[in-house]
Design a binder for this molecule. Sequence first.
Ligand code: HSE
Length: 454
Amino acid sequence: MVVCCRVICPRKNSPKNSGSESLAKNSLPHEKVLRIGIAGLGTVAQGLLTLLVENAERITRQAGMPIEVVRIASRSAKPEVDVGMAVFDTNLDSLLHDDVDVVVELIGGVDAARELISSALARGKSIVTANKAVLAAHANDWFNGDAILGIEASVAGGIPIMSTLKSGLSGNRIDWLVGIINGTCNYILTAMDEQGTSFAGALTEAQELGYAEADPGFDVDGVDAAQKLALLAALAFDIPVSMDDMYIEGISGVTVEDLRYARELGFRIRHVGIARRNEEKFETRVHPSLIPATDLVGDVAGVANAVIVGANAIGSMLLVGPGAGGLPTASAVLSDLIEIARGTCPRLRIGQNEGIRVPVAATESRYYLNIPAADRPGVFGEIGDILRRGGISIEAVIQKREAIRKSDGEPWVPIVMVTERVVEASMDDALSQLSSLESVRGQIRRIRVADFDR
Ligand code: HSE
């Protein structure tokens, strides 16, 4: 059933209900008003409504006109949310009405969002979206045309990385970028590392704080970061948005033991996205990585995100900030809305050349290895022989008496090492030989090391 009503819902327990006048029609003496329709009433939409009230004066000054919410559409009503004078409807198509200039898509997911964005663009409306999933799947249909599409909120929450790539660095040749681009993964890894929280416990906290996707599998399996990396790579390298041949690994294989050993070796473990160009060859991958603790990014904790960009004019630069959550993401949405009001939101331009996507097997890294090995003489020699034959040098190694455990009566111990740089195919080959050793007692854990200067 479609519910269409004009509602003013007092925000319960809020001292700020009087602020809802700022959302009201024509409340400021400007000739023009930017009229927006919001799809969704979740964490980010609520953050946007809050900022439109709390920062109304500055937003109006910066935009050159008031930004007014005229419609909100969400499949389920939330009477506890103050929607001011906006017309609320459970039908997303209500946002296609002539009284809406900009559709702000905050529903997430792909199919309904694609339909809404395509229909709104066909009616000449501008779009602002925080939805990396729909952009990763369909942005190539919308870029390079006349569409005014604000996508700042789709990557790295409150960090202005998209405008940095498309405007601030638009005169550079961008060669690489490395980013912590999933706040939920960073929150979980930091909580496991610093507070000893369990994986499940930290994920629950991230969900309660509004960081995780509706299906948190998208976060912890690396898909959300992969979608964001596809968008970053497109804007950085002027290539079509694509997740084809992207290597995607999540954080479920990272243990508290790995986090401890990484610390001891002078690293932190973070989930990162890496994009690199070499002329027409493009490498894109997301996976957990060891990061030197001395690097600024090693300190990026909790829900924070960070993106380092390497480019031919600037050398390199780092942006750090909150990567998820209602207000930070709403801040990014507002920056696009203000650009649209000013008439300065650039149309997104990318090249058509797909280039050659480099498979992960051809990339080069240092590696952390955790090898559960029988505790008896000669085992280290067997492992060392396989690595030597693969041309793999060991940079650091740890084996501890107190880590000795027993299974089936025989003692075994983790042999933990960091290797020098090697091509991944050689490491894969060495790992398969190591795994078939009788003295190796279980699954070897392998985590790449991210080196930011390459
Ligand atoms: N679930 C996402 C994250 C939200 O944790 O980064 C912001 O895109």
